[in-house]
Design a protein around this ligand. Structure first.
Ligand SMILES: [Zn+2]
Length: 330
């Protein structure tokens, strides 16, 4: 899935880079920025595939030359990936130094060298400073592709050395059409997935193709049971033992958004969580804005600290939020 034509919302971004390539004017470093889940990594992959190829057909790799064979086999010596060793961790200065060593010590296969770094906001001060050295002198035919979901967090000296390509969330219609077609979904299902993914089509696709929606269902059923007194917060927290915490926080926040919207507009149709209409209707009728915002704030705080902490106490975190959820209607 790295054919840019698969993602119509890229618009003319690809053509502009192709034009630079044809005129031999590609920059040393690109910064692909925009929200997560809209295809920046796929764009980077497609560009890397093309530049590594020795015999491209127009703007596509041939898939047959020695270089393409190495790439397809998954171990091209001129392709480098820099990522945090674990989610939420920084990209360490040692990782950047190792990359620099490898760039200096290995011979190129006669084409480009591609370094992809994702997410660039995971660079801390020392690794960013180390990276500046390659950004200043990347060597011939080397392209660094930085991918950032939050470019505002990057050091200005990093940003200013890259040519920036900004990506945006496609229009709801375009995203829904794409998702409906690529997954052969009912429009209502596609629109719910997009709502849960904040409009990002690839994130919506990942939600559908992973077991995330099963986990969501577990949470939703549990939340309804909790309000009816059929389960306890600690029981439900245990049940959610394997669920992704950030997803759970996101889904809770999405429910609260729906409740507020229903209260404000007097509508009985949740915008995103249509499958939980009855539960949300009841909550909207019985709870106060103060309780909703207090829980929403709490969720946001937990989200921020989850990004910073390595080993949260899941059970305690979930239990606290679930208790507060059940207190919405009391
Ligand atoms: Zn090739």
């Amino acid at each position: 899935m790295s054919d840019v034509a698969d993602y119509p919302w890229f618009g003319s971004r690809w053509e502009r880079v192709m034009e630079q390539r044809q005129h031999g004017r590609l920059p040393h470093a690109l910064l692909l920025s925009g929200p997560a889940g809209i295809g920046k990594a796929e764009f980077a992959e497609a560009l890397g595939n093309l530049l590594l190829c020795h015999n491209p057909k127009g703007n596509k790799p041939c898939d047959h030359c020695h270089s393409c064979e190495l790439r397809i086999a998954g171990h091209h010596p001129d392709r480098f990936q820099l990522r945090p060793e674990a989610q939420g961790k920084p990209i360490k200065v040692d990782q950047v130094r190792e990359l620099i060593d490898r760039l200096h010590s290995t011979a190129q296969q006669g084409g480009y060298r591609i370094v992809t770094l994702e997410p660039a906001e995971s660079l801390n001060t020392s690794s960013a400073n180390a990276l500046l050295k390659i950004l200043e002198e990347p060597g011939e035919d080397t392209l660094l592709i930085l991918i950032s979901h939050q470019p505002g967090q990057l050091m200005p000296t990093i940003r200013s050395r890259c040519q920036r390509i900004d990506f945006a969330i496609p229009s709801p219609d375009e995203a829904a059409q794409w998702l409906t077609q690529s997954l052969e979904l009912e429009p209502a299902k596609a629109s719910q997935l997009l709502g849960l993914a904040h409009g990002a089509p690839l994130r919506a696709r990942d939600l559908y193709q992973s077991d995330a929606m099963d986990q969501r269902k577990l949470l939703m059923t549990g939340l309804a049971d909790l309000l009816r007194g059929r389960t306890s917060a600690s029981e439900l927290a245990t049940k959610l033992g394997k669920a992704d915490l950030l997803n759970c926080l996101d889904w809770l926040a999405s429910l609260l958004n729906d409740v507020v919207r229903m209260q404000m507009t007097g509508s009985d149709e949740p915008r995103v969580n249509a499958d939980m209409r009855r539960m949300l209707e009841a909550v909207a009728k019985q709870t106060s804005r103060v309780r909703i915002f207090s829980l929403a704030d709490r969720i946001q705080e937990e989200r921020v600290s989850l990004m910073l902490r390595q080993n949260p106490n899941r059970q305690l975190l979930l239990e606290t939020l679930l208790l507060q959820w059940s207190a919405l209607v009391r």
